[in-house]
Design a protein around this ligand. Structure first.
Ligand code: F6P
Length: 319
């Protein structure tokens, strides 16, 4: 391996820069050239390539977003698009590709390798934590901390006015962000797409607590389960609180990464280069019981990440 390409793709997540930095610096130390590909697969197809070395990634670890920028690319979803991408990688002397992104981006990487023989390594970068076979994805911890900080502020004003807040969080089809952030703020109810929602039971629980003297209420709903407006419509008239709605939105994707995300991304970036050097490819670097392991993309993408139902039960008991 003489030259590696690195790109970030799909929804950005805090820590992607630390992963880029680790990939570039590990390769640099091992005398492998690195080309940064701007704007994900779109930039690959437009040949937006920049040579990167040790100093070009200085000071980026603490930055939110991705310095390489990102995109969701329609053309790369087609076989012709991927063949064109492989030709461009070859004509630019790029021997292998490191892709940092979510499930769709990793799937694209796998197809690029299967169809065109380009060695790829994927790093799970998404705030949704919806990728199977890894305990955590890059950006999840920062996202959760943002959610907690924000919901805590809502709790202040909720208490002052004796109100309920329905807070809608991201996560696409996964309830992980809702569950973990809801648990961390002691939310009175957490609604996730993995379980049917029982508005009757939620309203009754909140009403009983209100009668016992509670002065605030937080309901966290995952965007994949229902909108905050729908939830409020179902419960407001029977919980004894005036209700307000907050949609956290893209604030969850920004911000300087936490120490956890910086370390995780650095470990994964380092491991991606080492794996390529050992002739391994078609893998995703995963966090598995504290260790970074390469798992075949095939296996990762054929599994669905399950929500931890025990955690869900626990959150119910503790709130
Ligand atoms: O996958 C990350 C994510 O932030 C999801 O949680 C959300 O559903 C989606 O991306 C939003 O995408 P966009 O930034 O394109 O609106």
């Amino acid at each position: 391996i003489k030259k590696i390409g690195v790109l970030t793709s799909g929804g950005d997540s805090p820590g992607m820069n630390a992963a880029i930095r680790a990939t570039v610096r590990t390769a640099y130390t091992d005398e492998i050239a690195v080309v940064g590909i701007r704007r994900g697969y779109s930039g690959l197809l437009d040949e937006e390539f920049i040579d990167m070395d040790y100093s070009s990634v200085g000071g980026i670890m603490e930055k939110g977003g991705t310095v390489l920028r990102s995109s969701r690319c329609e053309e790369f979803r087609t076989e012709e698009g991927r063949t064109k991408a492989a030709d461009l990688l070859r004509s630019n002397g790029i021997d292998a590709l490191v892709v940092i992104g979510g499930e769709g981006s990793l799937n694209g990487a796998k197809l690029l390798m299967d169809e065109n023989g380009i060695p790829v390594i994927g790093l799970p970068g998404t705030i949704d934590n919806d990728i199977a076979m890894t305990d955590m994805c890059i950006g999840v911890d920062t996202c959760l901390n943002t959610c907690v900080e924000t919901i805590q502020k809502l709790k202040d004003t909720a208490s002052s006015h004796e109100r309920a807040f329905v807070v809608e969080v991201m996560g696409r089809n996964s309830g992980y962000v809702a569950l973990a952030s809801g648990m961390a703020v002691g939310a009175e109810a957490i609604i996730v797409p993995e379980l049917p929602v029982d508005y009757e039971a939620i309203a009754e629980k909140i009403w009983n607590e209100r009668k016992r003297g509670k002065i605030n209420c937080i309901i966290v709903v995952a965007e994949g389960a229902a909108s905050a407006y729908t939830v409020a419509r179902h419960v407001e008239h029977r919980i004894g609180y005036e209700t307000r709605i907050t949609i956290l939105g893209h604030i969850q994707r920004g911000g300087s990464p936490t120490a956890f995300d910086r370390v995780l991304a650095s470990r994964m970036g380092y491991a991606s280069v080492k794996a390529l050097e050992e002739g391994k490819a078609g893998m995703m670097m995963s966090l598995n019981g504290g260790k970074i392991k390469g798992i075949p993309l095939e296996e990762v993408l054929s599994h669905k990440k399950e929500l931890d139902m025990e955690l869900m039960e626990m959150a119910k008991i503790l709130s």
